[in-house]
Every structure is written in structure tokens, then in C-alpha cells.
Design a protein around this ligand. Structure first.
Ligand code: SAH
Length: 387
């Protein structure tokens, strides 16, 4: 063991204290930083990987195949922690929502929705707040606070699996089988971290949720769309909501930057699209705004030749919104046009509305601290002896 461990911290080694959520390479680097010999680091990282992501342990002493001395060193150097959950709510329909703290002024939500996907889907956030200002979206009224790191994204899955008691990873009777990046934020504006998180979540020796069961939704950051597919193999979802540029400019202002033509060019360049790997189009039903039958027909025309499925999302209201949800008959008539064109069962029943966990209702109170406010806070903390 003494041969394997050189306990002097290497200069420049990353200072990481929480190993939970890290990808393989970061884990290996952290072990080297803690003094594990470079030659052995990969093997040690593989051992730890299984404990962290297959068994979900939060205590190094449980890692029975790791030498005792190393376990002690790891326990002194690192933790295996989940981020704090500041609120956990369960809807009458079984949807569960967790508000997760990521340090001062940074909270993000994640939502577990039973009976979606193979058994149940976890909707994860990629950013605290959002830079986009889609007019019908509650999160869009909150400014971007910051990107979440890959580990912070992965830790949403860890929190959910703790709560659902899904350790160790099993291949049967899982409740959490799918992941959708449809929580707070625009995943393609945080692509590197999303890619790293997907690698960890999809890894077959750990959480093991296959990339085909992971869907990344974008409001339409066209230049990043093919790259997402190349780097991850994840399924693609597009928040479309309008079939012409004028209306889409209004609902999804990002459309002014990447219009429908550019967006569809990028979607067609998404790798490996086929009937078993379709693009999901999300279309929120807004009363008197985008819900005419003519628009349903335009939608069919727009998607022609593209392996796609459509999710009609009844608009979920939130305090202060100017929109209303389309009438049920209107949604059904709209769906009927799509059905006749060969798109199956497209209406998505709203879930978790009572706990504001439905699409577009997520919002945290987090705000970005202004530099002046941060300074004030630090001075106050210093005075109170907290620093
Ligand atoms: N920024 C990404 C990821 C967020 S996904 C994206 O836009 O795709 C969240 C989904 O919920 C998007 O399709 C969004 O358009 C939709 N949505 C937002 N607000 C909504 C609301 N109030 N009711 C129903 N769906 C909403």
C-alpha cells in the first residue's frame, strides 16, 4: 500500500472534495491528487465507480474490495455527498419534485414523473435560471444564475435514485428508466457539461440508463444540434410551438437568431435519425395563439420526411402569465389532424400541476448576486466571524 500511495498532494492537483457525480476521468484525477499512484489510478477509479454509481454508497467504509488504508485516506480527503434538498414534494398523481441547493443563491428543480417512458422519467435541469425568454415559460422569467456542472447534473439523478430506493442498479423493475433534459435551462448552452453528465448517467457499470432513453430538449440552438448527436447519441427533442417565423419569433425569441429554416437544416443533420430514432417535437397549446387547424396542417407539412413524433403539451399556467390553455376540444381536433397524418397519441397529460412541477412551471427563487451585493454579504459574514 505504501508503494501505491504517495500522500503528498501534487501541486496543481484539482481540489475536489465530493466524488459523487464526477465522471471517470475526473475521478481518476482526483485519486491521483489524493496520492494514488498514477499506474493504479484507473483501476482504483473503476472500483470506486461501481460503489458510487452501481451501489450508490455514501460511505467509503462500505467499499469492501478497496484496501482498508486507502479507504481511510479517501474518507479523510473526500466525501460522497448529495446536494441538499431544500424541498421535496409529491403530487396527487405521484409526480415528485425536489428543489436542490447548489450553494448560495443557486437552486434548481428536478421532477420524477411515473408512467412516462418505459417506467418513469426524471426531468433534470441543466442551468439555474435560463437566458432564453420564451414568453409562455415560467423559468424564462428567471434570469440565468449559472450553468450547472456535470457533477451537479448527475447528482439530480443520485437524489432521485436515493428517494426512489433504486440502489443497487437493477435491470428489472426499475422505476426510473428515462431521463429528459426538460427542466430548467437550455442544455445546448451548457453542452460540455451535459455531454459529461450523459457519459456518467449512461455508463453501463453504474447508473446505466442507455442513451436511447435519454432525451435532450432544446429551444433551437441550431449550430449545436448535430454536435449534440455526434457527442452523445442521445435522443433529440425540439420545443417548436409555432409553424411560422413571425409567431415563433414572439413565443421563442431565440428564433430571431436561428429561424425555422436554419433550425430544420440542423435537425436534418442530426445523426442516425430513423423510424426507431425519431425527433420529438414539443408543441404547447396556447388558446387563440397557435392552436388552429390550419396550424396543425402546417405542422404536418413542416415535419414531412423527418422521422418525428409530436407531443402536444396543454399549456400549464403560472402566476402572472398572459396565456391560457387551449380548450380540450381544440386540442383534440388539432391532434386529430396529426393522427390522420400518421402521428400517434400526441397529447401529453399535464403531470404534477398541483406542485408546480409541470412543464414550464419550474422556477427557483435563485437570483444572481450582483458584485456589490456579494461584497456586502462577504463583509457582513466577515464581521459575523463566518469567514
Ligand atoms: N430550454 C429547453 C429545455 C426546457 S424543456 C427547451 O426549451 O427545450 C421545457 C419544455 O416545456 C419546453 O418544451 C417548453 O417549451 C415547455 N414549456 C415551457 N413552459 C410551458 C408551460 N407553461 N406549459 C407547458 N409547457 C411549457
Amino acid at each position: 500500500m505504501s508503494v501505491e500511495l504517495d500522500l503528498t498532494r501534487k501541486p496543481g492537483a484539482p481540489v475536489v472534495s465530493n466524488l459523487a457525480g464526477l465522471g471517470r476521468e475526473r475521478l481518476r484525477q482526483a485519486l491521483i491528487g489524493a496520492g494514488v499512484e498514477e499506474k493504479k489510478a484507473r483501476m482504483r477509479a473503476t472500483q470506486l465507480w461501481r460503489w458510487i454509481y452501481h451501489y450508490g454508497v455514501t460511505d467509503f467504509s462500505k467499499m469492501t474490495d478497496v484496501a482498508k488504508e486507502l479507504r481511510v485516506v479517501l474518507g479523510e480527503t473526500f466525501v460522497l455527498e448529495r446536494p441538499p434538498v431544500s424541498m421535496a414534494q409529491t403530487s396527487v398523481d405521484g409526480t415528485r419534485k425536489w428543489l436542490i441547493g447548489y450553494g448560495p443563491n443557486a437552486e434548481a428543480e428536478c421532477v420524477y414523473i411515473p408512467d412516462v417512458g418505459k417506467a418513469g422519467a426524471l426531468c433534470v435541469s441543466s442551468q439555474v435560471g435560463c437566458t432564453l425568454t420564451c414568453t409562455f415559460c415560467h423559468t424564462g422569467t428567471q434570469k440565468l444564475v449559472r450553468n450547472l456542472t456535470a457533477a451537479e447534473i448527475v447528482n439530480q439523478v443520485m437524489v432521485a435514485r436515493d428517494a426512489l430506493e433504486e440502489w443497487p442498479t437493477s435491470n428489472e423493475d426499475r422505476r426510473l428508466t428515462n431521463i429528459v433534459f426538460m427542466g430548467m435551462g437550455e442544455p445546448l448552452y451548457n453542452l460540455d457539461n451535459v455531454v459529461e453528465a450523459l457519459d456518467t448517467i449512461g455508463d453501463g457499470d453504474g447508473i446505466s440508463i442507455s442513451k436511447r432513453r435519454i432525451t435532450v430538449s432544446t429551444a433551437g440552438v441550431a449550430p449545436k444540434i448535430p454536435e449534440l448527436g455526434q457527442r452523445t447519441g442521445a435522443m433529440l427533442a425540439i420545443s417548436l410551438h409555432a409553424t411560422n417565423d413571425d409567431l415563433r419569433d414572439e413565443l421563442v425569441p431565440l428564433n430571431k437568431k436561428y429561424d425555422l429554416k436554419e433550425l430544420f437544416g440542423a435537425i436534418r443533420a442530426y445523426p442516425d435519425l430513423s423510424n426507431s430514432r425519431r425527433v420529438t417535437f414539443e408543441y404547447v397549446m396556447l388558446k387563440g395563439v397557435n392552436d388552429t387547424l390550419a396550424e396543425a396542417k402546417d405542422l404536418v407539412r413542416l415535419l414531412k420526411g423527418l422521422p418525428s413524433k409530436i407531443n402536444l403539451i396543454p399549456f400549464n399556467p403560472w402566476p402572472g402569465t398572459k396565456y391560457e390553455c387551449s380548450d380540450w376540444e381544440t386540442i383534440e381536433a388539432f391532434a386529430e389532424v396529426l393522427n390522420r397524418a400518421g402521428y400517434a397519441s400526441p397529447i401529453r397529460t399535464p403531470r404534477g400541476r398541483d406542485i408546480l412541477a409541470a412543464c414550464g412551471q419550474l422556477r427557483s427563487e435563485s437570483v444572481k448576486e450582483k458584485a456589490s451585493e456579494a461584497l456586502k454579504r462577504r463583509l457582513a459574514e466577515k464581521e459575523a466571524g463566518l469567514e
